[in-house]
Ligand binder design. Structure first.
Ligand code: T1G
Length: 660
């Protein structure tokens, strides 16, 4: 029997007496108006189709349903509304089973929840990521999920937006089974359910749970919500599912969803969603020209090198890690294995996966081995002579089509590229530490980088599961340049009257996980100190220079790891240190500065302005392509709160007047 179309993106075909309805709305089968009306039409048709015992719902391509169409947010609503489609599924007279072939997210998960059964394909995932968009589920997620998985699991999943894979979904009771061919298994389930009372999720009672366990789950999620309002609202609604009947629960959920959809938090997070997807794109760059990268060499296996090696291994690459001696190579292998172990412990990775990764790892002290590499990433000491010597040597070893990448943070990659015979194959890949965890990678398009080399680097970073942002050559690239600018501003404020703890408190109240002085302490003060000493000879003597950090370093206050920096750390706990206050007061006195009081709003306003001014300069100089790229870097590399949308977005929202 031929496919019957119900709308542009919905078609169906009768298979073994079951109507298999396929959602085909690339790229992610989002629930557009066309999908919703097509689903309604397919349901109507099946109701009167005697030949059909029931329905199997599945997605074309690699996604089941990616959720509501985020691009439709803010546009006038078009009937049928998603909650109506979902109610029709749940109350449908014949069994409807979801064959979840890929991601079932947001509204897609809500569709699956309302079905009478759910079969997960091996690549299936289920998630209610709405809080990541500053909203709550709007089509029953908060009411139906706890009916299947209980309050505690639902609070965690809805409050954090964490997706679960097929196996966990089955354990939780969210899916009925996993199958290699989910459509076939779902058809069988329709037959099994036919003629029996259907399991309508909304009619199931929420399992009763001990209130202290519920409160503990709630507290755990809220501890990580940092200034965002959606997680608390989502949890309130999940708890309401245990108290209200379905109809009233759904009404409460819908009202909250509509209110939050129009909030500034949601606008900011939607901006971040699209900015993250735009950041890795370069106008006019031919993606198809990218070279396949299978074997990655990492030179240097310190913290950064081993982190990069782990990221490459866990994304399926073969890795050759090069060190200077066989002993150092053995040490590198141990560090990489240890990092993989940590991933196993933190459940990012399975034990089988670890063994399989180590089988793809070669550690060596023989540079000639790098002839096998498609891409070489250097992560050696950040010194120009060290790096140029290395690149000169590599140039004579690696294949002519191999790409050379530098992970420098502050050096000029063009100068490193100039040491090679073919600088067009050199690109910057600036990872953030720990490289196996942090998503952000600044992909530096050097003056001579060939387009296909840039395209290959972008594809590689995406395959790592990371977030590439393209930037041009400048000292510190996008992130460290902005970080330096606002650290300078923070230090000006220290001299003018604010204290480190006041500045950090303002940043943390704004949503940063940690203020800038606490961050400096964590990172250690010595690297920036060494840079300042190097730059001392060339510094403009007329430019304002704050010496407080130098005084702290001279006094041996190098940060958290020695227990003293901008703060003291007795028992590891961040504490205000009167010695630091005395150093600051002495610095003010030496310059005859009469300290004044700063409000938290003024502190934030000055820091944001410093970020935005530097960001604007990066755009003007063509270093960053879009304001959103700067936002993505600051959010993913520097703790800028995502729910504020990034500094450039926040400034735009406040019409050029960034304000806390
Ligand atoms: N709406 C519109 N466009 C979307 C979209 C969506 N929901 N999801 C993805 N896209 C676009 C994306 O911008 C990109 O476009 C392309 O699809 C590929 O995306 C009522 C209110 C599904 C796991 O939050 O997590 O349902 O850049 O690069 O890596 O309660 O996309 O090519 O032009 O990310 O294969 C909840 C968000 C919505 C899911 C696929 N849903 N999407 O990952 O591709 S709210 C989400 C994802 C909701 C209900 C509520 C991922 C993915 P372009 P991609 P991917």
């Amino acid at each position: 029997m031929a496919d019957i179309p119900f709308s542009k993106s919905i078609s169906a075909r009768l298979r073994d007496g079951v109507f298999v309805v396929v959602i085909d709305n690339p790229p992610v089968n989002a629930l557009s108006a066309d999908v919703r009306s097509g689903l309604m039409a397919a349901l109507d048709h099946t109701a009167s189709l005697d030949a059909a015992t029931g329905i199997v719902l599945t997605g074309a391509g690699s996604t089941f349903i990616g959720g509501a169409d985020i691009k439709e947010f803010g546009k006038p609503p078009v009937e049928p509304m998603l909650p109506d489609v979902i109610e029709r599924i749940e109350t449908f007279e014949k069994p409807v089973v979801a064959a979840v072939n890929g991601a079932a997210l947001g509204g897609g998960c809500e569709v699956a929840l309302a079905c009478h059964g759910r079969i997960a394909g091996e690549k299936a995932s289920f998630g209610l990521p709405e809080v990541k968009l500053g909203i709550v589920p709007g089509a029953g997620g908060t009411q139906r999920l706890p009916r299947l998985v209980g309050l505690v699991a639902a609070i965690e999943l809805v409050g954090t937006g964490r997706p679960v894979k097929a196996a966990e979904a089955v354990t939780l009771g969210l899916a009925d089974g996993v199958a290699t061919a989910p459509v076939g298994a779902a058809i069988a389930l329709v037959h099994e359910a036919s003629g029996k009372p259907l399991r309508r999720t909304g009619m199931i009672g929420v399992p009763s749970t001990d209130p202290t366990t519920v409160s503990a789950a709630e507290a755990k999620v809220l501890a990580r919500a940092r200034g965002q309002s959606a997680p608390a609202e989502a949890i309130r609604l999940v708890k309401a599912a245990g108290e209200l009947d379905l109809r009233r629960g759904l009404a409460a959920e819908r009202a909250t969803f509509l209110r939050l959809r129009d909030s500034s938090e949601s606008a900011a997070l939607r901006h971040v969603f699209f900015a993250e997807r735009a950041a890795g794109k370069v106008e006019g760059l031919d993606k198809a020209s990218s070279r396949r990268i299978e074997t990655v060499a990492v030179v240097g296996t310190g913290l950064m090198g081993s982190g990069i090696a782990v990221a490459a291994l866990t994304s399926g690459h073969s890795v050759i890690a090069l060190e200077q001696s066989p002993e150092a190579a053995a040490g590198g292998r141990a560090r990489i294995a240890e990092t993989l172990d940590k991933s196993v412990r933190s459940a990012r990775f399975t034990a089988d996966g670890r063994a399989e990764c180590l089988a793809r790892l070669q550690t060596t002290a023989e540079a000639e081995e790098l002839v096998k590499a498609d891409l070489v990433i250097e992560a050696v000491f950040d010194d120009l002579t060290v790096k140029t010597d290395l690149f000169r040597k590599l140039d004579g070893i690696v294949r002519a089509d191999a790409i050379l990448a530098t992970n420098t943070s502050y050096l000029n990659p063009d100068a490193i590229a100039a040491a090679t015979a073919d600088p067009s194959r050199v690109v910057g890949l600036h990872f953030f530490s720990p490289a196996n965890v942090m998503r952000l990678v600044e992909v530096v398009d050097c003056v001579k980088t060939a387009p296909e080399v840039l395209a290959s680097a972008l594809a590689f970073v995406k395959r790592l599961g990371k977030l590439p942002v393209v930037c041009g050559v400048t000292e510190g690239f996008i992130g460290n340049r902005i970080f330096s600018a606002y650290r300078r501003e923070a230090e000006f404020m220290l001299e003018d009257g604010a204290l480190p703890q006041e500045i950090d408190a303002a940043l943390e109240a704004y949503g940063f996980p940690m203020g800038i002085f606490a961050v400096n302490d964590m990172a250690g003060l010595e690297i920036a100190w060494a840079r300042r000493k190097r730059q001392a000879a060339t510094r403009d003597p007329a430019a304002r220079y704050v010496e407080i950090a130098d005084r702290l370093c001279e006094a041996g206050r190098l940060g958290h790891k020695i227990g003293r920096g901008w703060y003291a750390y007795p028992d590891g706990k961040r504490t205000i240190d009167p010695e630091v206050t005395a150093v600051i007061e002495a610095a003010r006195a030496a310059k005859n500065i009469a300290p004044r009081i700063f409000t938290p709003a003024e502190i934030m306003s000055r820091l944001l302005k410093a970020m935005v001014d530097e960001g604007t300069a990066l755009l003007t100089d063509g270093i960053a392509a879009r304001p959103g790229d700067i936002d993505v870097v600051m959010i993913n590399g520097y703790g800028f709160p995502a729910h504020r949308g990034g500094p450039m977005f926040a400034a735009e929202q406040n019409k050029g007047e960034p304000h806390a």
